[in-house]
Write a protein that binds this ligand. Structure first.
Ligand code: G
Ligand code: G
Ligand code: MN
Ligand code: NA
Length: 250
């Protein structure tokens, strides 16, 4: 397929960009950090969504060099320009199973000078489903470096509750499909309330994804969600725009 062929040289040709989406403390309204989101500027097709090319990058193994580039670029950006703010970076299951994520993160922190405590990695349940014993060791090693671990897209998988007990998470990110209907669907509301109580009991930080309206914001805040991300606060944006947002807030 054409996209796969084009993906092979994209890194060398400098076609990737890392954008950043702000994460907001819902109590204070302040930005606490941002999630790094990869963008591919294809010379003919324009911006290609990661939803379309990450699966190809995973099946071809290209996710290893591309994922390394994202981690190094984002750590460098934040160490140099985003003093104090935290950085979240998505890691694919393939990076855990076929790469050395501990060495990858250690090297990115070392070369950028970013403290481990300012980095959080985001993983999804698909990784934990693999039941690879090295995964737990890798997560523990990252935690020893001060790096936070977030479970992404929470609520969309199968057996999330047992994972919460078995893996050293700091944060769970509630999938935006729940947040979308928070203030209109009573089943969603009940699930969100239960997740909030569970997170508090397990001392996990909650991030509500995909907040688009003031109504959703008020609702999630009221349920005790600590952080939020979504178009209401800002879309994924180039580093320069994120920098201006922080300068404006002071
Ligand atoms: O940015 P957008 O919301 O279109 O991202 C779509 C999907 O691609 C999300 O699930 C997101 O987690 C994933 N994604 C974005 N950037 C990266 C990345 O750098 N690495 C990995 N593994 N996934 C990413
Ligand atoms: O799966 P993950 O959460 O890593 O990916 C985040 C994805 O969600 C990105 O593609 C990002 O562009 C998208 N996103 C972020 N905020 C919103 C939002 O408020 N509404 C919608 N519809 N999508 C969002
Ligand atoms: Mn994510
Ligand atoms: Na998500």
């Amino acid at each position: 397929r054409g996209l796969e062929r084009d993906l092979r040289g994209a890194l060398q040709r400098g076609e990737f960009e890392v954008h950043y989406q702000p994460q907001i403390d819902l109590l204070t309204g302040r930005m606490t950090g941002a999630e790094a989101l990869l963008r591919w500027r294809h010379p003919v097709q324009g911006l290609v969504s990661p939803a379309d090319f990450i699966p190809i990058a995973e099946s071809t193994g290209l996710i290893l060099p591309i994922g390394r580039w994202v981690m190094e670029t984002a750590c460098r950006d934040f160490a140099a320009h985003m003093s104090g703010l935290r950085l979240a970076v998505n890691l694919s299951a393939v990076q855990f199973l076929r790469g050395d994520v501990v060495a990858l993160v250690r090297e990115a922190l070392r070369s950028s000078g970013l403290p481990g405590s300012r980095l959080e990695i985001e993983i999804t349940e698909s990784l934990l489903l693999e039941k690879d014993s090295n995964t737990l060791d890798a997560l523990k090693a990252l935690k020893e470096m001060g790096v936070g671990i977030a479970l992404d897209d929470f609520g969309t998988g199968y057996s999330s509750l047992s994972y919460l007990r078995s893996f050293p998470f700091d944060t769970i990110k509630i999938d935006r499909s729940f947040v979308k209907e928070a203030d209109t669907n009573s089943d969603c509301a009940a699930i969100l309330e239960a997740i909030s109580a569970l997170s508090a009991a397990l001392d996990l930080t909650t991030v509500a994804e995909g907040i688009e309206t003031e109504g959703q914001l008020a609702y999630m805040k009221n349920l005790g969600y600590q952080c939020g991300q979504g178009y209401l606060f800002g879309k994924p944006m180039p580093l320069e725009d994120l920098f201006h947002m922080t300068a404006g807030v002071g």
